[in-house]
Design a protein around this ligand. Structure first.
Ligand code: NI
Length: 224
């Protein structure tokens, strides 16, 4: 019995070692070793993982983010995930009163769009507010125009925002910092790159360099 366990352990180590080697050999430029290994492991297990493009976080197999939402833009028009047809989407959830994180991330998004040059016309960037009480369509439009001319701001009822946030697993909560006159929103901060179907293809952690985001978008545009 002990011998059998030893053989099994040896085989397991050999397989994992082999997959690690394969992952090292096959990983995409810029892909983290851990990501490449997980991809190999998933493939070995029979799952079929999408080919990675440089940068961003690949979603683990079986996890789907994004999908249907219905919000409104400055003119009161309904905007849904169908707006991405034939394009890629770049989405960020935030709010205009955010003192630091949101402006930083929106700035990175804008820089990535600029790096794309003419290709940026094939990307629809959006800021979805998680603070609809203060972010009126007018306030949002004014705010987004400071970052990029193509960026659109979307708002909705509390319920509509909650539905959109749930689809993207976005966390947000009202907080009252001591001494502050008004509330802030605590929120998760990822930039989502969406396919034409409105499903997330890649997501970017806070402070991802715009070059990385632009490279990932270029990779996805090639598959469009
Ligand atoms: Ni913020």
């Amino acid at each position: 019995m002990l011998k059998l366990i030893r053989i099994f352990a040896f085989l397991l180590i050999a397989i994992l070692g082999g997959l690690w080697g394969l992952a090292w050999y096959l990983r995409a430029p810029g892909e983290a070793m851990g990501d490449a290994f997980l991809r190999q492991l998933a493939q070995f297990g029979g799952a079929d993982m999408p080919a990675p493009s440089a940068g961003g976080v690949q979603l683990p197999q079986g996890i789907a983010l994004g999908g249907a939402f219905s919000l409104q833009d400055l003119t009161g028009q309904r905007v849904t995930e169908r707006a991405f047809a034939g394009k890629l989407g770049l989405i960020y959830f935030g709010f205009t009163y955010c003192p630091d994180v949101c402006p930083t991330e929106l700035g990175l998004m804008a820089s990535a769009l600029d790096l794309l040059g003419p290709d940026s016309a094939r990307v629809l960037p959006m800021l979805i507010t998680i603070d609809p009480a203060r972010d009126t369509p007018e306030a949002l439009a004014d705010y987004v125009s400071r970052f990029h001319p193509a960026l659109i701001g979307l708002t909705g009822t509390d319920e509509e925002i909650a539905t959109a946030a749930r689809a993207f697993r976005v966390y947000y909560r009202k907080v009252h910092p001591p001494g502050a006159s008004d509330y802030l929103m605590d929120h998760s901060s990822f930039i989502y790159l969406l396919g034409p179907d409105g499903k997330v293809r890649q997501l970017f952690r806070p402070n991802t360099p715009p070059e990385t985001i632009a490279a990932a978008i270029k990779g996805q545009l090639r598959q469009l």
